[in-house]
Design a binder for this molecule. Structure first.
Ligand code: PMM
Length: 364
């Protein structure tokens, strides 16, 4: 059976208990599934607490290549193929299941915009954006986050046609590679076309507030989503932002958005949460969120952090956007230690190296 024939990953996963392996909690990040037109499907299910395929732990590996049958075998070895790191991606894992610090993942930023704050205009041509994405994937990005609308403070909105004109050729050029594709959008129309082109994650900085129907689309498509906190909208979010208690307020917001998404039919294990560093926050707000990130992690979903090159790092160090990598790495390492799992960065190789070392220390 080929994936194009409508292969249902749930059916694959459901055999696990019958093989005495459970709970079912794993799938490879780099290969989308349940979407038409994808060349491969590859799943690894493990009953280890950390989700890591350490080689010694029992695991169920289910892999298909285009045109081949699903192979479901019990094994005690390493993943069937394709794992580039020692950890197996577990999108549905709960914080209390992780035990250690695996899995962590790097999301490389591919901004196809003229006006993003640190790389605006650099990758506006599709060929440049694709080359950049390939470079980030080669540098170790597990996910490529492709966006066609800037969310910098004061940015003007872009219509769906223009956003699609920017991102679709780039998604088509990058889909099917090792890295999963995330579409950074708030729009149903853009997400829908992006899924058709091979994206399997939607990164919605409005957390389904701008177009609530996006939740239904995500539920139907069975893709993952990142729901981020932002105060209001990009045009006005930095106009004197205020909170009673920034961490408690952001946490309550994310909890409510999580409930909204699951009520709309999105499976909880498909949802990641992001405190939205820099989105309607002062320097002190950003620092407090990072300091108390464990309170967001306690919501039980994988937490994404995006500190890369952001202006609060410039305020602390006086450095220009492209000189903020050391500050970016410092915040990523601290966030990892507090339980964040997905790191949205511009400089993938450097961040991945730092995270690998930090994860080894924290893991012990
Ligand atoms: N930051 C930006 C854009 N998208 N998405 C998530 N989930 N988290 C973020 O922190 C985030 C985001 C803005 O940064 P950029 O202009 O450098 O892409």
């Amino acid at each position: 059976m080929s994936p194009e024939a409508g292969l249902d990953a749930q059916a694959v996963l459901s055999v696990a208990p019958h093989l005495g392996v459970g709970p079912v909690c794993g799938e490879d990040p780099s290969t989308p599934f349940r979407l038409p037109g994808m060349p491969t499907l590859w799943l690894t299910v493990t009953n280890s607490k950390s989700g890591a395929s350490s080689g010694a732990r029992p695991s169920l590996a289910c892999s298909t290549r285009s045109g081949s049958s699903i192979a479901a075998t019990r094994s005690s070895g390493a993943p069937a193929k394709k794992a580039r790191t020692s950890s197996t991606w577990v999108p549905g894992i709960r914080a209390d299941d992780t035990g250690g610090v695996d899995p962590w993942r790097v999301m490389g930023v591919v901004n196809v915009t003229p006006d993003s704050f640190s790389d605006g205009g650099e990758f506006l041509a599709a060929a440049d954006a694709i080359a950049h994405g390939l470079r980030l994937a080669a540098d170790g990005a597990h996910i490529l986050d492709i966006g066609g609308e800037s969310t910098r403070p004061g940015a003007q909105p872009v219509d769906a046609d223009e956003e699609l004109r920017r991102v679709l050729p780039v998604i088509e050029g990058l889909a099917g590679g090792e890295a999963r594709i995330s579409i950074d959008t708030t729009k149903v129309e853009v997400a829908s076309r992006a899924f058709e082109a091979g994206a399997t994650i939607v990164n919605d900085v409005s957390a389904f507030r701008f177009e609530p129907e996006l939740a239904g689309l995500v539920a139907e498509a069975g893709v993952d989503c990142c729901l981020m906190h932002m105060l209001g909208e990009p045009r006005t979010m930095q106009d004197d932002p205020g909170y009673d208690d920034v961490v408690a307020d952001v946490r309550a917001f994310l909890e409510e958005r999580l409930a909204f998404a699951t009520t709309a039919g999105v499976r909880e294990e498909r949802i990641w949460l992001d405190p939205g560093i820099g989105f309607g926050k002062t320097l002190e707000h950003n620092l407090e969120l990072l300091r108390r990130l464990d309170e967001i992690v306690a919501l039980g979903r994988p937490v994404v952090v995006g500190t890369s090159r952001k202006s609060f790092l410039g305020k602390l160090t006086g450095k220009a956007e492209k000189e903020r990598l050391p500050g970016t790495i410092a915040t990523n390492v601290l966030a990892l230690e507090r339980g964040a799992r997905i790191f949205r960065v511009h400089d993938v190789a450097e961040a991945a190296q730092a995270l690998a070392v930090a994860a080894a220390v924290v893991r012990g």
